[in-house]
Design a protein around this ligand. Structure first.
Ligand code: ZN
Ligand code: ZN
Length: 360
C-alpha cells in the first residue's frame, strides 16, 4: 500500500494529498504510524520557499518535523524501540554519528560531507531523493533518531515538543537560564509559549517580550514573571540592561537593536526563530562592544538533549497549547501561522490524512 501525505508542488500552490512510497524497513529502522504532526512556522517558510540559498525548497515539498506516533514494525537489529511504543521524530532523521559533533550528541551540527539530514526537503543519504516529512500517514526512520515519548503526554501534546520544545530548551540550557538569571523570551508564539515555561522550569526569572498587547495575559498565565511591551518605547528604555539572556523566537527579520539594549554586561541575544539576513543597519556594533554583549544563534538540539527535554517537560508538566486540526484545514492553518494568529500550535490529526488515501 502506498503512503499518503500532504505536499505542495510550488511556492504559490496549496498543499494537497499525494501518494508516495516510504522505503522498506531496514535492519536498524523503525516504522511509525503517525498519529499527529505539529505545524511549525518553518513548514510555512519552506513550502513557500521563503529562505532560498542553502535552504531553498525542493519540490514537491512534504513538510512536518513534529511527529508523534506508534511503532508498527522494527528491523531485526533494532533494540531501542519495540512495536507498540509511543515515539517521536523531530527535525532530522540521519547524521554520520562519527564526527566530533555527532560524538558530542550534537547531531544537528554534523560535520560530515552529507551533514545532518533534515526530516523533510533534504536529500536522503541512502536514495538521494528528497525526504518527505510528517504531514503523512507513516514514516520509516533509523531507530537512533527516534525518541521515546513519556507517558505523561498524549501524542498530540508531545508532537510540538519535537521541534518547538527542543529548539528553545537547548539554547536556554546552553546559555545557562536558571536561578539568579533574568531571561527575556521574545516572540510569544509556537516556540515562545513553550520557551517561557521551560525557562521558568529551569528556575530563571522570565520576562516575556512582545509587541502584541493581547498576549501579555497569556504570557503571565504561562508563567512569565513580567511582560515588556516592545512597542512601548518608554517601557523598553526603563528596562535597559536588565536581562542576562534574550531568547528570540521571532521568525522573520526584525530590528534587533532594541533587544540588545535590554542586555546586561556580558549578556547574550540568542536567535532561534529567524533564518534570514537581519537587514542592513539593524545592529550597531557599539551596542555590543559597550557591554561585551553577544549575538548568537542555535539550531534545534541533539538527540540526547531532545530526550532529556521530553523527560524534563514531562516531569514539570510543561505542555504546549494546541489546537488539533484535520488535513483539510492545513492550508488555512498556514495562513494563520503566517499571521501569528494561532494560540499556540496547530497539530494535524494524521487519521484525517489517512482518510484521503485513494480506495485500493
Ligand atoms: Zn520546526
Ligand atoms: Zn556527524
Amino acid at each position: 500500500m502506498p503512503n499518503i501525505g500532504y505536499a505542495t508542488d510550488a511556492a504559490d500552490q496549496p498543499l494537497a494529498p499525494r501518494t508516495f512510497e516510504r522505503p522498506a524497513v531496514g535492519p536498524r529502522d523503525v516504522q511509525i504510524e503517525i498519529a499527529y504532526c505539529g505545524i511549525c512556522h518553518s513548514d510555512v517558510h519552506q513550502c513557500r520557499d521563503e529562505w532560498g540559498g542553502d535552504l531553498a525548497t525542493n519540490y514537491p515539498c512534504m513538510p512536518g518535523h513534529e511527529i508523534a506516533g506508534t511503532v508498527t514494525a522494527v528491523g531485526d537489529q533494532v533494540t531501542r524501540h519495540a512495536v507498540g511504543d509511543r515515539v517521536g521524530v523531530g527535525c532530522f532523521i540521519w547524521s554520520c554519528r562519527e564526527c566530533d559533533a555527532c560524538k558530542e550528541g550534537l547531531e544537528q551540527y554534523c560535520e560530515s560531507d552529507q551533514g545532518v539530514t533534515f526530516t523533510y526537503n533534504a536529500p536522503d543519504p541512502d536514495t538521494g531523493e528528497v525526504t518527505f516529512g510528517g504531514y503523512s500517514d507513516g514514516i520509516v526512520v533509523d531507530e537512533r533518531f527516534v525518541l521515546a515519548i513519556p507517558d505523561a503526554f498524549t501524542l498530540e501534546e508531545a508532537a510540538p515538543l519535537l521541534c518547538a520544545g527542543i529548539t528553545t530548551y537547548s539554547p536556554l540550557k546552553y546559555w545557562k537560564a536558571g536561578p539568579g538569571k533574568r531571561v527575556g523570551v521574545a516572540g510569544i508564539g509556537g516556540l515562545g509559549h513553550i520557551a517561557i515555561q521551560i525557562a521558568k522550569g529551569l528556575g530563571a526569572e522570565v520576562v516575556a517580550l512582545t509587541r502584541t498587547e493581547e498576549k501579555a495575559g497569556d504570557a503571565k498565565e504561562l508563567g512569565a514573571d513580567d511582560v515588556l511591551l516592545m512597542s512601548d518605547d518608554g517601557a523598553v528604555e526603563g528596562a535597559a540592561e536588565s536581562l542576562d539572556l534574550v531568547l528570540s523566537t521571532i521568525p522573520t527579520a526584525f530590528d534587533v537593536e532594541p533587544y540588545l539594549g535590554l542586555l546586561r554586561r556580558d549578556g547574550t541575544f540568542a536567535s532561534v526563530g529567524c533564518l534570514e539576513p537581519l537587514g542592513e543597519g539593524s545592529v550597531n556594533m557599539a551596542t555590543l562592544s559597550l557591554g561585551r554583549r553577544k549575538i548568537a544563534g542555535s539550531l534545534v538540539g541533539g538527540l540526547p538533549e531532545t530526550q532529556e527535554m521530553l523527560d524534563f517537560c514531562a516531569e514539570l508538566g510543561i505542555k504546549p497549547q494546541i489546537k488539533v486540526i484535520s488535513a483539510d484545514e492545513i492550508n488555512d492553518a498556514f495562513d494563520q501561522v503566517n499571521d501569528a494568529a494561532v494560540r499556540y500550535r496547530f497539530v494535524i490529526d494524521a487519521d484525517t490524512i489517512r482518510a484521503k488515501a485513494p480506495a485500493a
